[in-house]
Design a protein around this ligand. Structure first.
Ligand code: ADP
Ligand code: MG
Length: 240
């Protein structure tokens, strides 16, 4: 216990909440502890990632334990893999029930980066991943049965709300909802769209996570209203 808090202090990992799973220290340890499938382990290695970043060490076990999470860590600290890896782990493989994971990003560019990271990490599994754009929204809207084939959806809020409202996009099988750059998604202007997306993701045991470089206290209070006993993780100095 003493050692655990020394380890966290050393890596500037601060955690808030109850029953917080322990961080892992290496990808080997993660693989052994959680029986990570070989394809995932291979893809991590192929990315050239030698060891996990602090946010990955702490956020991945929290998500694997099914907990809601609010994660704050500086830009460039590897937040994307911190949510992509546990989602791929949990979805196991492709299915044909419709989207089971949705990742929201405030901009098209960031959504594209997330899409590319998921592609890389999922090599060897035939997950169907969709990045919603004007073009894909149109084709999938015309043929809702096509959506059954997809597992993971990445979108900006506006595109997704449009698909929900205009194209009867169904999100009732979604088990994982991630807001990346959550501070922006919970600001005025985006908030109405974010709310609409929450309403559409109607599965009772949906797991929500927020990832952000910062989370102002007002935004955090708001986030607390829609999360279930979340674990809050803060990497780095208090006011970063
Ligand atoms: P953030 O979302 O926190 O700003 P990203 O997820 O975009 O950061 O990651 C920043 C960069 O770090 C990316 O190029 C990513 O491939 C790389 N990266 C992620 N995890 C690791 C790791 N464990 N070891 C080395 N590099 C990593
Ligand atoms: Mg990011």
């Amino acid at each position: 216990k003493e050692q655990l808090s020394l380890f966290r202090n050393h890596l500037k990992i601060r955690v808030y909440g109850t029953d917080i799973p322990n961080p892992f220290r290496s990808f080997d340890e993660l693989a052994k502890q959680y029986q990570v499938e070989p394809y995932l382990q291979r893809n991590i290695l192929a990315s050239g990632f030698k060891k996990p970043t602090p946010i990955q060490m702490q956020a991945i076990p929290v998500i694997l334990h099914g907990r809601d999470v609010m994660a704050m860590a500086p830009t460039g600290s590897g937040k994307t893999m911190a949510f992509v890896l546990p989602i791929l782990y949990d979805l196991k493989g492709p299915e044909k029930v419709g989207y089971r994971a949705v990742i929201i990003s405030p901009t098209r560019e960031l959504a594209t980066q997330i899409f590319n990271q998921i592609k890389k990490l999922s090599v060897g599994k035939k997950f169907k991943i969709c990045m919603l754009t004007k073009a894909t929204a149109a084709t999938q809207g015309q043929a809702p049965h096509l959506r059954q084939k997809y597992d993971i959806l990445i979108s900006t809020p506006l595109r997704l709300v449009h698909a929900i409202q205009q194209e009867k996009m169904e999100l009732d099988h979604v088990r994982h909802l991630v807001l990346d750059e959550a501070d922006k998604l919970l600001e005025q202007g985006f908030l109405e769209q974010t709310d609409e997306i929450f309403a559409a993701c109607s599965h009772p045991s949906i797991q929500k996570s927020l990832f952000s470089a910062t989370l102002p206290s007002g935004v955090e209070a708001l986030a607390n209203t829609f999360m279930r006993s979340p674990v809050r993780i803060v990497i780095g100095s208090k006011n970063a």
